[in-house]
Write a protein that binds this ligand. Sequence first.
Ligand SMILES: Nc1nc2c(ncn2[C@@H]2O[C@H](COP(=O)(O)OP(=O)(O)OP(=O)(O)O)[C@@H](O)[C@H]2O)c(=O)[nH]1
Length: 186
Amino acid sequence: MSQTAMSETYDFLFKFLVIGNAGTGKSCLLHQFIEKKFKDDSNHTIGVEFGSKIINVGGKYVKLQIWDTAGQERFRSVTRSYYRGAAGALLVYDITSRETYNALTNWLTDARMLASQNIVVILCGNKKDLDADREVTFLEASRFAQENELMFLETSALTGENVEEAFVQCARKILNKIESGAGIQK
Ligand SMILES: Nc1nc2c(ncn2[C@@H]2O[C@H](COP(=O)(O)OP(=O)(O)OP(=O)(O)O)[C@@H](O)[C@H]2O)c(=O)[nH]1
């Protein structure tokens, strides 16, 4: 069942998206996940950026191909063209910015419409390290997640807290769906 490409061996290949408003820390989350370091010179993403990593989920090797999209409105038509075929998404807001939280429904609608109705989404309340400046409570966001059938974590791309967990939990849920026969269909 394993597939080999350029000496890499893995059992599953999943396309992931990282979506959410500009400045929420999407590029930093991806960098922290791949490099295990905080990217302290992060600029706005132009269009999309790409990263990939193989992770072990319950004994299965899963290759994640991750598209980090620009949050700025002016890139929306470009970023939308990358949604197709995505199995999972990190939907990111900044816990210190209610504006980024208020935009979540729009991002979610796009993901379900353009990627798949069955896309597995994990909501990430990023910048958890800035608790003193918090504008969105954990409870409020966890209710939103529950109502919209999302997984939920608060993360920090700065400290690394829950970053790996966000990607792994999302991948695990997709694997569970496949193994239970639910499939990932459009
Ligand atoms: N304190 C703190 N700052 C963060 C964290 N993650 C990102 N930042 C900062 O937030 C700013 C925006 O981070 P980016 O990763 O570039 O944001 P983005 O969501 O990719 O932005 P776009 O590419 O424009 O969509 C940068 O100044 C980062 O240093 C975090 O977890 N904690």
